[in-house]
Ligand binder design. Structure first.
Ligand code: ATP
Length: 248
């Protein structure tokens, strides 16, 4: 489905991603785990194309601060030179870190913003789907999104991403700052979305433990480099790896 090969990203002369290769197959759930500043968001913005847009904006302002190298194959097609909106149209949809909702717009408006690539029928169908998946949002549809709890806001952010009709959903730290109970509710939705919406998912998190049971394959990233990767059971089957990275 997607393969990022030999990805290198520099912010000025700081190396944020060092020759990282990640893959996610059709209908797979892949986890990317690493501490603060490991490079998770940089990787997600490289895959989604957001980084290219930021780089372009900087060039327009006369700066050349961000350098990006490597190849990204999406369903066999090189997309590393495609802008984020072109990749979104092909089905690569990012649900960004810290949600980035429009806090003064209503929940319904925030969800509808995601549907800009959808037909009317798709938008209706997906809205019904999101409200069935995250039932708690129904009663808040007319409220400003900024008034909702962190967990509810994250549900709106995931719902908005689903409205864009993803084939590959990139979830950047969806559990950040949420209580363990809400984290469980959100993380359990990931395999459900994969099956019911027929999507592949790449999810990043600082702490692997809550997400690990739901991924098929995982990468551990440290200081911009992949230090370990493997199928879930392979990683969890190694007691040293488990103790070092998954807090068991
Ligand atoms: P977090 O969990 O804090 O979001 P992360 O794993 O997502 O961390 P990144 O946000 O990708 O990590 O950051 C990787 C490194 O690149 C960090 O050292 C960060 O300070 C740096 N960095 C990220 N974005 C920029 C930017 N726009 N300009 C300069 N440096 C940046």
């Amino acid at each position: 489905m997607i393969e990022g090969k030999g990805l290198m990203v520099f912010y000025e002369n700081m190396l944020a991603l060092n020759n990282v290769t990640v893959r996610c197959a059709e209908r797979q759930v892949v986890g990317i785990f690493g501490a603060n500043s490991a490079g998770k968001s940089t990787l997600m913005s490289a895959l989604s194309g957001i980084l290219l847009d930021v780089q372009h904006k900087e060039k327009m302002r006369g700066g050349e601060r961000i350098s990006l190298y490597g190849e990204i194959l999406y369903r066999g097609e090189p997309v590393q030179d495609r802008k984020a909106h072109e990749r979104a149209r092909k089905g690569i949809v990012l649900c960004p870190e810290r949600r980035r909702l429009f806090p003064e717009s209503s929940v319904l408006e925030n969800l509808k913003i995601g549907a800009y690539l959808a037909t009317k029928a798709q938008a209706r169908d997906t809205l019904d789907y999101v409200l069935a998946l995250f039932e708690g949002l129904k009663k808040h549809l007319k409220r400003p999104a900024g008034f909702l709890s962190g967990g509810e806001q994250q549900m709106v952010a995931i719902g908005r991403a689903l409205m864009a009709q993803p084939k590959l959903l990139l979830l950047d730290e969806p559990l950040l700052g949420l209580s363990p109970a809400i984290q469980q509710q959100l993380v359990r939705a990931i395999p459900v979305i994969r099956t019911e919406r027929n999507v592949s998912v790449i999810v990043t998190e600082q702490y692997a433990r809550p997400v690990m049971p739901y991924v098929d394959y995982a990468y551990i990233v440290e200081n911009g480099s992949t230090v370990m990767e493997g199928a879930r059971d392979e990683l969890l089957g190694n007691p040293d790896v488990k103790a070092a990275y998954f807090g068991y």
